[in-house]
Design a protein around this ligand. Structure first.
Ligand code: SF4
Length: 380
């Protein structure tokens, strides 16, 4: 098993209010912002990994949430200084941060850039005021456009998150949203379908969603529009101009390693020919208390190693999201397993037109991209 590239994920699990479709862990923030206690706990947690990561280089950092832009620039600077103190960063490190249009000003955006954040991901979700209201977002169209304009002013590299197939949305409205986002000229667009997740307000009270044939047309017209504007569809929901794929997310999908920090964050680290996984408790008060009282083992909700028999599923669960050819060597290097043992499955997929097997790599066909889940079932 080889040691893959390493990314660092920093979790800021706070939001102004919970959106009814969201199943990510985040807590509603109080009126005085993200507490310095959380930032201090995060900084202390980062220092715990300094020694074990001393031989490794961090290729990408992602500050995600929740709503990281609820941190003030000073707090972000403190976190970034702690990262610098504890880790070796690649000269070309990509440092992304998620930003919510309802929480940023031009001044903040300029400061994030000067602190060293070099990629911003703006969670616009829609540019239609009715849709934004139904999604209970805290921003409106005007604020989203203003935020995007400010981001474009200071960041050469930025992403816009946009959802489609929203409650009550027509084909025309979905394509108009996408067209408006393309006009903002981000070099990366995450365009994904709203799905109803368990244990969310939407799951308890399902809104009226577009019919299947409308959703199919949204996909077809949307893909074509993105293609016409030179956005390459490189992952299930990700589209990028040449050279602007998100390096941090790409590392997840190529089964790279990631170190997580913060309440609710996950890690996957290759160690001594095994893959170590940890998840941290989803409770910021408990997280802060345990860290400040040095009860470190209590910050982990789970701590285990991926069993050998699960490695193939775990690898393809991530890797099949990417549409680029899969080098057979990559599978063997990252799992320590032999491709020959599963070749018969891919030969079967080839007869079904889902993949094309070459000497050194596997190509997923257009048809195969629609049958990813069926293929994954064989690896469970
Ligand atoms: S702002 Fe983002 S993370 Fe927070 S509740 Fe809404 S969708 Fe979830």
């Amino acid at each position: 098993m080889i040691i893959p590239p390493l990314g660092l994920y920093i979790h800021i699990p706070f939001c102004v209010r919970k959106c009814p479709y969201c199943d990510f862990f985040s807590e509603k923030i109080g009126t005085d912002g993200v507490s310095d206690n959380y930032v201090s706990a995060l900084i202390k947690e980062l220092s715990l990994y300094s020694e074990s990561c001393s031989s490794r280089t961090i290729e990408s950092i992602y500050i995600g949430g929740g709503t990281p832009t609820l941190l003030n620039p000073k707090q972000i600077e403190m976190i970034m200084n702690a990262v610098d103190r504890n880790f070796r960063l690649s000269d070309s490190v990509e440092i992304s941060m998620e930003a919510n249009p309802g929480t940023v000003t031009e001044r903040n955006i300029r400061q994030y850039r000067s602190i060293g954040i070099n990629r911003l991901s703006l969670g616009v979700q829609s540019l239609n005021n009715d849709s934004l209201k139904r999604l209970c977002r805290i921003h409106d169209r005007h604020e989203a456009l203003q935020a995007a304009e400010n981001v474009a002013k200071y960041f050469q590299n930025f992403n816009i998150d946009l959802m489609h197939s929203l409650p009550g949305q027509s084909l025309k409205e979905a394509i108009s949203d996408l067209d408006d986002v393309i006009k903002l000229n981000p070099n990366h667009i995450s365009w994904y379908q709203l799905t109803i997740e368990e244990d969310t307000p939407y799951a308890r009270n399902i809104p009226s969603l577009p019919k299947e044939d409308v959703i199919d047309s949204i996909y077809l017209e949307g893909y074509e529009l993105l293609r016409q504007h030179s956005y390459e569809h490189y992952e299930v929901s990700a589209f990028a101009k040449k050279g602007f794929e998100c390096r941090h997310n790409r590392n997840y999908w190529t089964f790279g390693d990631y170190l997580g920090a913060g309440s609710g964050a996950h890690s996957k680290m290759t160690e001594n020919n095994r893959i170590h996984r940890q998840s941290r408790i989803e409770n910021t008060c408990e997280y802060i208390r345990n860290i400040s009282e040095d009860r470190i083992s209590n910050i982990y909700a789970s701590d285990d190693y991926i069993a050998n028999e699960d490695l193939t599923f775990e690898y393809f669960l991530n890797r099949l999201r990417l549409f680029s050819p899969i080098p057979i060597r990559e599978y063997e290097d990252l799992t320590g397993l032999r491709f020959e043992n599963i070749r018969h499955l891919f030969e079967k997929y080839e007869t079904e037109g889902l993949v094309s097997l070459r000497e050194d790599y596997i190509v997923i066909t257009c048809k195969g991209q629609l049958f990813i889940n069926q293929m994954l079932e064989d690896f469970i």
